[in-house]
Design a protein around this ligand. Sequence first.
Ligand code: G3I
Length: 302
Amino acid sequence: ESTLGAAAAQSGRYFGTAIASGKLNDPVYTTIANREFNSVTAENEMKIDATEPQRGRFDFTAADRVYNWAVQNGKEVRGHTLAWHSQQPGWMQNLSGGALRQAMIDHINGVMAHYKGKIVQWDVVNEAFEDGDSGARRNSNLQRTGNDWIEVAFRTARAADPAAKLCYNDYNIENWNWAKTQAVYAMVRDFKQRGVPIDCVGFQSHFNSGSPYNGNFRTTLRSFAALGVDVAITELDIQGASPTTYANVVNDCLAVERCVGITVWGVRDTDSWRSEQTPLLFDGGGNKKPAYTSVLNALNGG
Ligand code: G3I
């Protein structure tokens, strides 16, 4: 196959990208995005500050722009993200305790109702664990509402849209030897044992010199999948875009039956949140980079 999406589809997987609503009037951007990818994640538009700028007043203008573009072009949509310490609107940052807990629940219900039946996977909770060796939960306003906030978020999400696959999503959980990876693994195992509804784990996979790709990523994906969840690579970008590393990541996903798909975090290097690292598959001019060819070949089986 000659595009990333079609090549991934040969094994029943998707190949997606983050889409920014502000770029949908750039024809170079939309031509590449439409041709190469069959799954879309809104880069910022479905986050809390975008969708509920004032408490109880939901605004899906930008989110729907991304959603409609995706669906009109035959792509499936991943939802990102419902409960997160970052990109909270000011009113939410100012809440705590029971009021914040209720606001989180109301937010999940409001956004999931709008997209009921339309989102394949939702990142229900994003980045809830601390970096470093502690294996602890991140100290956020949500965490301070009580350690059960994550499972409350998942139970709320299941009731709000039973058709959506519910994911926990995080970065620096790709290396099996890291404390953060083991802490998230223990949480997912506990959730499965106690019947807390969780269907998938998203590995953001922002690889750079500080958190480089490690060959044990495949072990990580396999180990999580063995708990009975799907796994997905949800925000892939690699500092310098080494073709070898990109191929390794793709092959790790292909080796794990429950690895359902790969999303890269943007189209061209110039669209990246860390453009100075030139981490993506297309250069600023929209040309295919060596990493693109490497990914396509891997998806095509060699
Ligand atoms: O829209 C405003 C604009 O009105 C304003 O003039 C401008 C001035 O700074 O800011 C614009 O908002 C920026 C937004 O991106 C849209 O471009 C925010 O400042 C900026 O913080 C925001 O960055 C996003 C970041 O999440 C915020 O946390 C990145 O685009 C986005 O790629 C990044 O994505 C995250 C995932 O959601 C979670 N995992 C990590 C990943 C990378 O950080």
